[in-house]
Design a protein around this ligand. Structure first.
Ligand SMILES: Nc1nc2c(ncn2[C@@H]2O[C@H](COP(=O)(O)OP(=O)(O)OP(=O)(O)O)[C@@H](O)[C@H]2O)c(=O)[nH]1
Ligand SMILES: [Mg+2]
Length: 454
């Protein structure tokens, strides 16, 4: 949580690129008076003063206290309201040397800038009406996306797909809300016509909300990814398969049983799904204390992952422990049995197993397809927006809950006061979703998860 969340009066600056040596780095600043403060460090001064929004200036930055020149830079000038935050601001492209970046940030501090907190630029964009909360959240989701698919789904949200849909749902409810208000404000005999409430529009919104909520697991799958463990008895070829997925020699492979003791993990991408893949200790009885501990951790991990690739060495065949594992009810729906080392046999695999040879690569592609298929079989595949944020999901659930009450209220002729209160509850939940009526602590939680500089 950062201290200055709602202090939007001052000028802020931060490094927007990673803190590390690179060809170029980008430092951004924003806030009322930020261009005047920049005058203290940038020359030629006159060109900055005259610069219209959207212009690039080539110049030199110097420390305002010592006057020492710091770097040759290009500054992109933004003038309110035509900027990301809606305020005056700038992007400085400087050389990506760590001492150079540090000295520029220090010069900006000396000029009067405050270091920006996480997500503070986007928070200002939100507060200045540049984007609603669903789009602000999409900014972080884009930055954090681990696969192209996750990136394109987040981009869809950034373009306002969720915001537009919610606006539409909200407008569908306003007619009903208006009718109720009219009926509450005027006794029946004062109105020219009797007001009849129709649950049709409410039903439509309910159906649409259910559709949107059902995309959450898909959104999560592509954004947060899935956890997959490679398991099996010792020497089944788990580490060899793990390395093949990673396309690098990461985990130790040897013909010695019990080679892998601690589990190793890495991110891979299968069919656009970010997958955290684990290589684990081979399951067997006995072994020394370290191996026993490794096996205990592996068993814990198996319970926690979304999918297990259970390897059996084709030459060794299915042992009792393999059958036990595969038949255990908790493992059944989330295990893909893999028949490895088919290059050493005739290639035939028992029913239900995916035959592969990690050494020749035979069957590997089919295994990847099986994994993607496992996760995608329940995924949403339409073109509409997909939600990913837990917060958005909760707002939608709350709206849905209120609307179910409204529907029941209309259909059972419940008192209008009660229906009005439930409808208000649904509209409130939509308002929270878009950020129109979101509490300060909620905003704090959302923006503190951002990177600094975004
Ligand atoms: N011929 C053949 N050998 C394989 C294949 N996959 C793995 N091996 C060999 O099997 C041996 C064991 O492989 P590992 O990948 O270390 O097996 P593991 O399951 O990780 O073993 P532990 O870590 O001891 O549990 C090594 O000598 C590998 O080269 C395969 O598809 N064909
Ligand atoms: Mg191993």
């Amino acid at each position: 949580m950062f201290e200055h969340t709602y202090d939007t009066d001052d000028a802020i600056a931060a490094l927007a690129t990673p803190w590390g040596t690179s060809a170029l780095a980008l430092i951004r600043g924003s806030g009322g008076g930020s261009l005047e403060l920049l005058e203290k460090v940038f020359s030629p001064l006159s060109r900055l003063r005259e610069a219209a929004g959207g212009t690039f200036l080539h110049g030199v930055l110097s420390d305002p206290v010592s006057g020492e020149p710091l770097d040759d830079v290009v500054v992109l000038v933004f003038r309110s309201p035509a900027s990301y935050t809606g305020e005056d601001g700038f992007d400085i492209s400087c050389h990506g040397s760590l001492p150079g970046i540090a000295s520029i940030l220090e010069a900006l501090r000396n000029a009067g800038f405050r270091d920006a907190g996480p997500g503070e630029f986007t928070m200002r964009a939100f507060l200045n009406g540049k984007m609603d909360l669903t789009r602000a959240e999409a900014v972080r989701e884009i930055v954090e996306s681990k696969s192209r698919k996750a990136h394109s789904l987040a981009l869809q949200r950034l373009s306002g797909a969720i915001a537009k849909r919610i606006k539409l749902l909200r407008s569908k409810l306003l007619d009903t809300a208006g009718k109720i208000e009219l009926a509450l404000d005027y006794p029946e005999d004062e109105l020219d016509e009797t007001i009849v409430l129709d649950s049709g529009p409410v039903n439509e919104v309910i159906a649409d909300l259910k559709g949107l909520l059902s995309t959450f697991s898909t959104g999560r799958l592509f954004q947060a990814g899935a956890r997959v463990a490679v398991c099996g008895r010792t020497n089944a070829g788990k580490s060899s398969l793990f390395n093949l997925f990673l396309k690098e020699d990461r985990s130790i492979v040897s013909e010695v049983h019990g080679t892998t003791r601690d589990y190793i993990e890495s991110w891979i991408n299968i069919g656009g799904i970010p997958i955290r893949l684990f290589d684990t200790a081979g399951l067997r009885d006995g072994g020394d204390a370290v191996e026993i501990e490794g096996i205990r951790r592996t068993r814990e991990l198996i319970d926690a992952v979304d999918l297990v690739l259970y390897l059996v060495d084709a030459q060794a065949g299915v042992a009792g422990e393999d059958a036990d594992f595969l038949n255990r009810p908790g493992n059944k729906g989330r295990t893909i049995p893999v028949w490895n080392k088919t290059d050493l046999t005739d290639g035939a695999a028992p029913a239900g197993y995916v035959p592969v040879s990690v050494v020749s690569g035979e069957g590997f592609h089919r295994l990847e397809e099986r994994i993607a298929g496992h996760f995608l079989k329940t995924a949403y595949t339409g073109d509409e927006a997909v939600i990913d944020s837990q917060r958005q999901k909760e707002c939608l659930e709350s709206a849905l809950d209120s609307l179910e009450h409204v529907k029941a209220g209309i259909e059972n002729d419940v008192s209008l006061d009660a229906v009005a209160a439930d409808l208000q509850g649904a509209l409130l939940a939509f308002g929270e979703l878009s950020g129109e009526i979101t509490a300060a602590e909620v905003l704090d939680t959302i923006f503190s998860k951002f990177c600094v500089g975004k």
